[in-house]
Design a protein around this ligand. Sequence first.
Ligand SMILES: Cc1cc2nc3c(=O)[nH]c(=O)nc-3n(C[C@H](O)[C@H](O)[C@H](O)COP(=O)(O)O)c2cc1C
Length: 175
Amino acid sequence: MRKIIIYGSYYNTCKKYAEKLGQITNIPVISYEEIKDINEYDYIIYLGALYAGGMLGLSKTFKKIKNIDNKNIIIVSVGLADPKDSENCINIRNNIKKQINLAIYNKAKIFHLRGGIDYAKLKFSHKILMKLLYNHIKKIPLNKQSAENLAMIETYNKKVDFIDFNSLNQIIENI
Ligand SMILES: Cc1cc2nc3c(=O)[nH]c(=O)nc-3n(C[C@H](O)[C@H](O)[C@H](O)COP(=O)(O)O)c2cc1C
């Protein structure tokens, strides 16, 4: 069985999780930008950073997959919002559903991890996007804020690191 860990990461927090998972499981790790033929693998573990709800590289990676009958698929999101919040996880899953074929979505085991952010290192367009989003959501009353919004308000303009390699255990148990 050929296994692969693929990651979609912009600022490396997701890459760190992918590499750690690769180290522990002895499965090769590759960026979604470098994968040549996804159909060479029958065990695919995809870790993707969340950007405005979407998962980086997810649709591009799974677009070319052919027969999934005998494949194992694990999809792991890495975002700022707390994955212990069930509403947040529902939102992430709904967004994943929009990015891939329903059959792949139904087949995949899905997990959620928490990443980090360093505003000083964001590229200009990301900074602007976050500023617009922050200005918009801070007007919402506190009791109506989602976990996603709260995470954003709490971390705005800061450097935070929520990476927790122990949270990989739930995935390792499934491999
Ligand atoms: C422009 C932008 C949009 C983001 N959108 C989301 C989001 O919708 N949900 C979320 O949980 N985190 C969001 N984040 C936070 C990233 O998912 C988080 O920083 C993640 O750890 C980044 O992974 P990477 O370092 O591998 O790129 C966003 C960050 C930026 C800069």
